[in-house]
Design a protein around this ligand. Structure first.
Ligand code: GTR
Length: 360
């Protein structure tokens, strides 16, 4: 009896330590120690009470990474995903969301997910093209006529096939989130024509596709992590970058790059991924719950996205930034320059591209 009591007390202590360690909001661990953390899902067993022969319920705790802040639409989507999973498994599966790049910059996070050191992540499709090159089809400059067209494609068999195809690279693609359209901003001058980009230095996401795109426009690309962009613009290491309204706002890049040209060269969706090695350890029923929950969370994410776009436009207008609209003719000139990028990155996928274009 005494022995059982002392085992129970030790378990209670272990449990309370484990739950302290899992508090994503309060915890700020050095990146190194995070990387070295346990790869397998953390499992904790409820302490056995005295002689009672009840089957202990095993709780699984997983980590999910996002590089955007706590109130950003993607993080809100992640939290909704985690909430649905927890609800549908009666608390058996818990997903802790680490926002604001607490688990590292995007490309490192993707590598960690591939290795199974991080279980889930919400990332941009651009850096994913480095791990699964065919995804470039969905991130080609000017491939979509607008948001409706993009969502029609992502919600079709084409989108599902791309999610499923990720298993060859060690991921499970779960769902898509909105990321609007990306446009150029800079600290030097208002860009009104494609020729105005000549010679300017723009930060790009670390992906060959993005490097090639900026080169095709006659500008000079600098791949950098997202977290390094603000100070690089501020210190004139680069002249600007490109992103959607909510990122331009929440990263505070609008403070150091006041000219925003709405050329909308890219619609790169966000993607929610899981580590294949994590999901391989779960039952097919649990994997199904996770897949359905992720898809369900997209609705909330898209609603939050639309709100954040409006809020961001206001913040940027109130700051007195110069926002430059382009005519359809001028946008067409940007698009014409992209031919070599399409050829290099999607030359082998002409049939899928035709299908996408037929869905306009
Ligand atoms: C944002 C995206 C981030 C990151 C960032 C970037 O739109 O949400 O995940 O990819 O762009 O430009 O690095």
């Amino acid at each position: 009896m005494k022995k059982i009591l002392s085992i129970a007390m030790t378990l209670v202590l272990v449990l309370s330590l484990a739950s302290c360690g899992g508090d994503a909001k309060k915890e700020e661990k050095p990146a190194e120690s995070k990387k070295a953390e346990e790869k397998a899902p953390e499992t904790t067993k409820a302490p056995e009470k005295e002689e009672k022969a009840e089957e202990p319920v095993e709780q699984m705790v997983f980590k999910m990474a996002d590089n955007q802040p706590a109130d950003y639409p993607t993080t809100l989507g992640d939290l909704e995903f985690a909430r649905i999973v927890e609800e549908k498994t009666n608390g058996r599966i818990k997903i802790e969301v680490y926002h604001s790049k607490q688990l590292g910059e995007e490309k490192d996070v993707i590598e960690q997910v591939q290795l199974g050191a991080i279980d889930f992540a919400r990332v941009s499709l651009s850096p994913m093209t480095e791990f699964s090159p065919s995804l470039a089809v969905l991130a080609l400059p000017y491939i979509y006529s607008g948001s409706d067209h993009m969502w029609k494609v992502l919600n079709s068999e084409i989108g599902d096939d791309f999610l499923a195809g990720l298993s060859d690279s060690g991921f499970v693609g779960l769902t898509w989130y909105d990321s609007g359209a990306r446009s150029f901003y800079n600290s030097v001058k208002p860009i009104k024509t494609v020729d105005d980009l000549a010679g300017l230095k723009f930060r790009v996401q670390p992906a060959e596709l993005m490097v090639d795109m900026v080169e095709a426009l006659g500008a000079s690309p600098t791949p950098l992590n997202y977290g390094e962009v603000y100070s690089a613009i501020q210190t004139n290491v680069i002249d600007g970058a490109e992103n959607n309204w909510p990122s331009y706002n929440t990263s505070s890049h609008y403070e150091v790059a006041k000219y925003y040209t709405l050329d909308e060269h890219l619609r790169v969706p966000e993607i929610v991924i899981a580590s294949k090695s994590t999901l391989d350890k779960l039952s097919p029923e649990d994997v199904e719950i996770i897949k359905v929950a992720a898809k369900e969370s997209t609705k909330l994410q898209r609603d939050e996205w639309n709100k954040k776009v409006e809020e961001s436009k206001k913040v940027i207008a109130d700051n007195g930034n110069e926002v430059i609209e382009l005519s359809d003719e001028e946008k067409a000139k940007f698009a014409e320059r992209m031919a070599p990028v399409w050829e290099k990155h999607a030359g082998d996928y002409k049939d899928i591209i035709e299908k996408i274009q037929a869905m306009k």
